[in-house]
Design a protein around this ligand. Structure first.
Ligand code: ATP
Length: 489
């Protein structure tokens, strides 16, 4: 089980602000809950991540890309089930007016409270088995989707915000979609929604993509884009926000082939994380035991955040549910004609659905480290370092003249300008070189290129590698190829 480190989370959040990764949205007005802005380094990291996903998913013959509009015909969301079912049960505290998601309140109950509740609600089940934590765990799992959850919350749980007892309203269903209107009239006929997921833009374009590319099953459609959910409880920095980005791919297969493709995509997606430097012990699969009625199988890929394991990506075997619903609601056939078998059928779908913003946060948490290293005076010093994979790192290299004289700074500026045609590169001439290394370590720059007096003699420079802190000398003229080589996929 992972050890939770809430302090680490606040250290990371403050580093993100200080170094320009992530800022609170509209901060000068006090912020807007559940919304975050990416700063100069954050946007580079996020873009690199999206680019890695796009490359992995679309640099292959059997996946096409699209970029659908955020606003879609409102019937899309009736067909998808979001109008009727994309809801969370919530309760309000009558005393302080705070609003909570019922399931999250339950989740956060301490084991002790669960024991007390079990003893009150089911004294027989509990009698004589006080020591059996399995009974308590099983009960805790059961109440998570039972109507007694509401009874517990409304009668036994004090408000975590103001401490008032028996102060919760009955649970109400709250739809998470943001509504707005198209055109000047704000009536029911003009309602549209900000999309809560990107997937539907793929489903409704299934035939357009099929016809324009002449793909054959099996093939996939990938998309990266913003999604909006009016989450009741936003929390944990970028983990659950109201505006975020998703990277989704729907892979259309012949019915009967879905299990094989499901396993294939599970493996691909795990490998994507591993290839970007995530370690296996920070990732785990969670298999859903409670499936939506249309789903055949579903796994979450979870990352070990400082507050515990949380989902970063879902892999879902969705049958022909989505296409059949769009067929029904649009009145248009979406059946595929299989040349080989001469049959018409609705393809089955394997979905891979990952949050770009949530994965960006996972990449930051995975990279962050505080290390003791030997200092120049023989003592130890602490360095804060982001061990980003070089392809994710916001800055690929820093160019540092050892001193600002003898032409070292001129050479360094020229090298910076050369490299900037290919990579994000940072020029820094201020302070002792050791301090400059630390500043780059803290933002995860993988290579520091130093121009020193030897450069003036033999045209070589020092490359200092961030993780090992080892230095090697390379030719000045070779710097671009050196970086190209290190950053190659
Ligand atoms: P959760 O319940 O953990 O918020 P979910 O099961 O509703 O997520 P999906 O609908 O499967 O999530 O969305 C796919 C991915 O989109 C998630 O794995 C996550 O990375 C991302 N995602 C979903 N909701 C949010 C959110 N509110 N903020 C940031 N990312 C999100």
């Amino acid at each position: 089980m992972s050890k939770h480190q809430p302090d680490l989370m606040s250290t990371i959040v403050s580093l993100c602000k200080r170094r320009g990764f992530v800022f609170q949205s509209s901060e000068i007005y006090g912020g807007l809950n559940g919304c975050w802005d990416y700063g100069p380094l954050g946007v580079e990291l996020l873009n690199n991540l999206k680019q890695e996903w796009w490359r992995a998913m679309t640099l292959r013959a059997d996946v096409e890309g699209v970029d659908a509009a955020i606003l879609m015909h409102p019937k899309v969301w009736e067909a998808s089930g979001h109008v009727a079912n994309f809801t969370d049960p919530m309760v309000d505290c009558k005393s302080c007016k705070a609003r909570f998601r019922l399931d999250i309140l339950l989740e956060e109950l301490a084991l002790k409270a669960k024991k007390k509740i079990l003893r009150t609600l089911e004294p027989e089940a509990f009698a004589g088995r006080q020591q059996d934590s399995r009974v308590v765990d099983e009960f805790a799992r059961r109440i998570a989707d039972d109507e007694i959850a509401e009874k517990i919350i409304t009668t036994m749980v004090a408000c975590p915000n103001c401490g008032a007892g028996e102060s919760f309203t009955a649970a109400r269903q709250f739809n998470l979609m943001f509504k707005t209107h198209v055109g000047p009239l704000e009536d029911a006929s003009s309602v549209v929604y900000l999309r809560p997921e990107t997937a539907q833009g793929i489903f409704v374009n299934f035939f357009n993509v099929l016809n324009s590319t002449r793909q054959k099953l099996p093939f996939g459609i990938a998309q990266i884009g913003k999604a909006f959910r009016n989450e009741i409880n936003t929390k944990n920095f970028l983990f659950r926000t109201r505006e975020f980005e998703q990277m989704e791919m729907q892979f259309f297969v012949k019915p009967g082939d879905e299990d094989e493709w499901f396993e294939y995509w599970r493996e691909q997606r795990m490998n994507w994380f591993l290839n970007l430097g995530f370690s296996t012990n920070k990732l785990k699969w969670h298999q859903h035991d409670k499936l939506a009625h249309y789903a055949k199988a579903a796994y979450d890929l979870e990352f070990d955040f400082p507050f515990g394991f949380g989902e970063v990506e879902g892999i879902h075997s969705r049958t022909d549910f989505d296409l059949s619903r769009h067929e029904e609601f649009s009145g248009k056939t979406l059946k595929y004609f299989d040349d080989a078998s001469k049959e018409h059928y609705l393809p089955y779908v394997i979905e891979t659905s990952i949050g770009a913003s949530r994965t960006c946060m996972a990449a930051i948490c995975a990279a962050y480290a505080e290390e003791q290293i030997g200092a120049a005076d023989g003592k130890e010093e602490k360095r804060t370092v982001m061990h980003f994979h070089p392809r994710l790192a916001p800055m690929k290299a820093a160019v540092l003249p050892l001193v600002k004289r003898d032409g070292m700074d001129d050479i360094a500026r020229k090298l910076t300008a050369d490299l900037q045609r290919f990579f994000r590169v940072f020029y820094d001439e201020s302070g002792a070189v050791g301090r400059r290394y630390r500043r780059q370590d803290e933002i995860g720059t993988p290579y520091c290129l130093t121009i020193d007096s030897q450069t003036l003699e033999d045209n070589t420079i020092t490359v200092r590698e961030r993780d090992s802190m080892q230095q090697e000398r390379i030719g000045l003229d070779n710097a671009r190829n050196y970086l190209l080589d290190k950053l190659a996929p």
